[in-house]
Design a protein around this ligand. Sequence first.
Ligand SMILES: *Cc1c(COP(=O)(O)O)cnc(C)c1O
Length: 397
Amino acid sequence: MEFRDLKKQYQLLKGDIDQAMADVAASGAFIMGSPVKELEQELAEYVGVKHCIACANGTDALTLALKALGIGKGDAVFVPDFTFFATAEVVALEGATPVFVDVDPRTFNMDPKSLDDAIRSVHDHMTLRPKAVIAVDLFGQPANYPELRIITKREGMFLIEDGAQGFGGSIRLPKPSGEGTMVKRACSFGDISTTSFFPAKPLGCYGDGGAVFTDNDEWAELLASYRVHGKGSHKYDNVRIGLNSRLDTMQAAILRVKFKAFKEHELADVNKAAEYYNQLLGGMTKFLRKEIRITTPYVPEGYGSSWAQYTIQLSVPSGEGTFNREALQAKLKAKGIPTMVYYPTPMSAQTAFKEYHNFALTPNAERLSKSVLSLPMHPYLTREEVRSVVEGLIYSI
Ligand SMILES: *Cc1c(COP(=O)(O)O)cnc(C)c1O
């Protein structure tokens, strides 16, 4: 069994993907060929924003967003303590200061109340300007944007959405008119939002890729400039220091084929797999030794996930003794069931960030880093496979 079965997906889409790659090879337009623009238009339309700027990877997408917003030295940028390293790394790379914020123990996403506390702590410290929040759609589920937006508005801060894992997620919100509701998709919640097309993400390419989304014309223009060496009116007119961060035409062509499958059935199929996991794990826990508790992922009412990961929590409710996660992973591996720990170390505990001041305590992130376990998850996972993972898990604990 594969943790994320990219080979099965390729076998099913092989005809169209091979054709798309051959077409690019025949065109000779390897850099900024027409599939890049076409993909950008399709993605912007799906997400429901005016501009999509494709780029080289999800980390660069964040860097481009920070550059377009003019974020740098002296700025505090609030990031969740429980995320992939890149979210905080880009902040430090731009010379700004990452401030780690605790997460909600049920959704794994940035906790608005903890954000408030961290902002207050930065204000008290008086050496940094609270400038932006980067909220992460962890494991495929959008962060609590309605509440985060209230805070960033009040503070005059930018809200950036790191949707690297979130593409395809959604939140049902009241219509601006006040009558009825509407579904708003991930990568439309930030002033600038980003995603990644790393192969294992909900929408992945065959190498590295990423994209930036915004409704703002001025930022869109800046993003396009920063993407190609800070270009001005033409390629050899350089008006600012930028990056070389284009998306290859080959990757765009592959993504167009995969995006079609994503919209037609993959997003629905991965949600079916999640439902089946929930159902089976909910029914099986009675067979567990009493002192171990399995908590299945929590998706709040009105939220939709694209299930970048299916992540359970294993805990010892009595608090007596600790659960040996590594031993469990080894037992599962021996049964042919791959598992992963996303993430074993909170950002504030990373060696690379040891010189940054900790403005807030992050007990939830610490606890999660010790208790989470991600199970095999992808749109091509069969019901039999889900059942064998759950059985393997129950009998290995
Ligand atoms: C994967 C990921 C990134 C970085 O994307 P790359 O394409 O690998 O550079 C950033 N943030 C989060 C939350 C991610 O999961």
